[in-house]
Design a protein around this ligand. Structure first.
Ligand SMILES: NC(=O)c1ccc[n+]([C@@H]2O[C@H](COP(=O)([O-])OP(=O)(O)OC[C@H]3O[C@@H](n4cnc5c(N)ncnc54)[C@H](OP(=O)(O)O)[C@@H]3O)[C@@H](O)[C@H]2O)c1
Length: 272
C-alpha cells in the first residue's frame, strides 16, 4: 500500500476505509448498532489497514472490536477519529471526556490521527479545542492531529496561532465538486487532503465516461475516480457494504491514467 508522509513525518496509507455506516442496521447512518463487525472484518481481510472513524458515527466500538478480533498488532493500523463538534465546543473538560471515550471504544492507548470534525462560528473556541489536540499530540497519545471541513479562514486561525500545524484537512472532494482551491491551499501549507465521500456525485453520464476511461486498464468507474485522486496525492477513504467492492477500491495501484484521462475526469459535471 502506498503511503503519504504527513508534515510531521508520520506515514498514512493513501487508501483507507470509511466507516460511517458500518455495523449499523440497514447500512444507514442513523441506524442502531447491530453488534457485529462484519464490514470491518471484510475490510481487514481485503487488506485495509487505515480506517476513518468519528465520535459522531457512534460506532468507534465496532472498529475497536474488529481490530482486536483480527489479532493483528495495533501498530499495523492507522486509525483516524474525530471530535464531535457538530453542536459546537463543550469546553475543556467535555473534550477530555470525549477523547477518553474514543480511546476506550477503540480499545487503544493512542490514535494515529485525531481531527476536529467540523468548524463552528467561534474562532476563540476553535483555537481552544486545537490546544487540547496539541496537548495530546505532545504527550504522544495522538500521533498526528488535523481538521475536517475547515475552509481557508478556519485553517488560518490554527496556522497563525497554533504551535502544531494541522497534518490533514479532511474535506469533500468528488466528481463535479473537487474542491480544487482548498486542496491547493492545503498543499501550499503542507497539509494533506483526505477526500470524504470520494465515490459520491457520479450520475449515469459520468459513470459511463469513467467506465470508458477504465476499460483499457480493465478497471471500473470507482477505481478510476479513486486513482485520479491518489495520483495527485489526495488520500481517499471509500466505504462499501460489499466485500468485493471493498476489494475493488483497493485494487488501484497497477495502472496509471493519461493526461487526457485526467482532463476528462477533472471536467466531469457532478450530480449535484
Ligand atoms: N469528515 C466528514 O465530514 C465526512 C463526511 C462524510 C463522510 N466521511 C467519511 O468518508 C467515508 C466515505 O464516504 P461515504 O461513506 O459517504 O461514501 P463513499 O465512500 O463515497 O461511497 C458511496 C457509495 O459507493 C458505493 N461503493 C463503494 N465502493 C464501491 C466500488 N468499488 N464500486 C462501486 N460502488 C462502490 C458504496 O455502496 P455499497 O455499500 O452498496 O457498495 C457506498 O455507499 C465515510 O464512511 C466517512 O468515514 C467524512
Amino acid at each position: 500500500m502506498k503511503a503519504l508522509t504527513l508534515n510531521n513525518g508520520i506515514d498514512i496509507p493513501i487508501v483507507g476505509s470509511g466507516t460511517n455506516t458500518y455495523g449499523k442496521e440497514g447500512n444507514q447512518y442513523a441506524g442502531a448498532l447491530r453488534g457485529d463487525t462484519e464490514e470491518i472484518d471484510w475490510a481487514i481481510e481485503n487488506g485495509y489497514r487505515h480506517f476513518d472513524s468519528a465520535q459522531k458515527y457512534r460506532n468507534e466500538e465496532v472498529l475497536g472490536k474488529g481490530i482486536k478480533k483480527s489479532s493483528l498488532p495495533r501498530e499495523d493500523f492507522f486509525i483516524t477519529t474525530k471530535l464531535n463538534t457538530f453542536e459546537g465546543f463543550g469546553g475543556t473538560d467535555w473534550a477530555h471526556a470525549e477523547i477518553e471515550k474514543s480511546l476506550e471504544k477503540l480499545q487503544t492507548d493512542y490514535i494515529d490521527l485525531f481531527l476536529i470534525h467540523n468548524p463552528w462560528d467561534n474562532h476563540t473556541e476553535i483555537l481552544e479545542a486545537w490546544r487540547i489536540l496539541e496537548d495530546y499530540y505532545n504527550r504522544g497519545v495522538f500521533k498526528s492531529i488535523g481538521v475536517s471541513n475547515f475552509k481557508k479562514e478556519h485553517l488560518d486561525i490554527i496556522l497563525e496561532n497554533g504551535s502544531v500545524p494541522p497534518a490533514v484537512n479532511q474535506i469533500k472532494s468528488q466528481v463535479g465538486n473537487w474542491n480544487e482551491e482548498l486542496i491547493d491551499y492545503n498543499k501550499k501549507n503542507d497539509i494533506a487532503t483526505v477526500a470524504w465521500s470520494p465515490l459520491g456525485g457520479i450520475d449515469e453520464k459520468a459513470l459511463q465516461v469513467l467506465e470508458e476511461i477504465g476499460k483499457p486498464y480493465g478497471k471500473k468507474y470507482a477505481q478510476v475516480v479513486l486513482r485520479y485522486q491518489i495520483e495527485r496525492d489526495v488520500i481517499v477513504i471509500p466505504k462499501s457494504h460489499n466485500k468485493n467492492r471493498q476489494a475493488q477500491s483497493l485494487a488501484i495501484f497497477d495502472f496509471e491514467l493519461t493526461e487526457s484521462d485526467r482532463d476528462r475526469i477533472a471536467q466531469l459535471p457532478g450530480s449535484h
